[in-house]
Design a binder for this molecule. Structure first.
Ligand code: BG6
Length: 289
């Protein structure tokens, strides 16, 4: 399919009717729907979908830099670039299964712009898959095809669609250390039981366990974020003031979104020539009665 700007998108469907939409612009997942047609990811009504601008919502990929921790543009360039569909994807034995609809995308530094600002030869392979049970998985493989090592950070900046920010809680981050972007990236330790929200939050939780849960009482649903190779978890909500300052987010929309990202930020990943790194994110939905 194509969007109104002519950008190619891929639509995955499972036999039960669940679906996932991925844009080649940024390799960004833009929609994840249940078999009942309920959208699980937030996208702003004011989102700008004109490349190179990433869409405010879905799952933009921050790579090879997270935020302003480096000399590149905020969150790196991967979310602004056009990715390609891989015609002959490699066989991935442990990820392959016949009950999944999937697409393989690849990002290679093709333009001078990218190589000038980040002079490394790499290939970023992304498999997005939708399972029969509706689970959405993103599997990334980053390969160094250069003769010198390089390091990178990565985050799947997942915008979950929620009923109301004051009604949700996040579990799985208790007692962890975190870096607080609102306090100059200073390190703190989480004291509370579960995270609830009453003001702006912008943190990187360090070395979290492999499953983090977002409970939405009002909608009676829970998102489970399972991750491998992604030790950190970003939690972001701009709240009212910051939302007003973001031109591609409505003033009140912050209430209906929460970003919880599987990420590798604090300790960047270093790849020697020929080495490959794999990171997996699996998102699932649990409904309660
Ligand atoms: C968060 C950052 O992860 O992403 C915030 O920590 C930033 O500081 C937010 O504002 C959104 O970034 P962007 O570039 O998509 O507006």
């Amino acid at each position: 399919v194509r969007d109104k700007n002519g950008t190619d998108q891929v639509l995955l469907k499972n036999p039960k009717g669940a679906s996932v939409k991925i844009s080649l612009h940024g390799g960004q997942v833009l929609s994840w729907k249940t078999d009942k047609g309920d959208e699980l990811l937030f996208t702003s009504a004011k989102a700008n979908s004109k490349p190179p601008h990433p869409v405010r919502g879905g799952i933009p990929i921050c790579f090879p830099q997270f935020g302003t921790r480096g000399s590149l543009e905020q969150h790196g360039f991967a979310r602004n670039k056009m990715w390609l569909v891989e015609e002959n994807p490699p066989y991935l034995p442990s990820f392959y299964s016949t009950d999944k609809a999937f697409v393989d995308l690849v990002l290679k530094p093709s333009d001078e712009d990218t190589t000038r600002i980040w002079p490394h030869s790499f290939e970023f392979h992304l498999r997005v898959s939708l399972a029969l049970d509706g689970n959405l998985a993103l599997i990334s493989r980053v390969r160094n095809i250069n003769s010198k090592p390089f390091s990178f950070s990565i985050a799947y900046h997942t915008y979950f669609s929620i009923s109301d920010i004051s009604e949700v809680r996040v579990e799985g981050l208790e007692t962890l250390d975190y870096l607080d972007n609102l306090f100059d990236k200073e390190r703190f330790t989480e004291q509370g039981d579960a995270l609830t929200f009453e003001s702006e939050i912008d943190r990187v939780y360090l070395n979290s366990r492999d499953v983090v849960a977002v409970f939405d009482h009002e909608k009676k649903r829970t998102f489970l974020i399972k991750k491998e190779g992604l030790p950190d978890v970003v939690v972001w909500n701009p709240w009212d003031k910051k939302a007003k300052a973001l031109t591609d987010l409505g003033d009140e929309e912050y209430k209906h979104m929460l970003c919880v990202d599987g990420a590798a930020i604090e300790k960047p990943i270093t790849l020697k020539p020929g080495e490959e790194w794999t990171g997996k994110l699996n998102l699932s939905l649990v409904l309660s009665t």
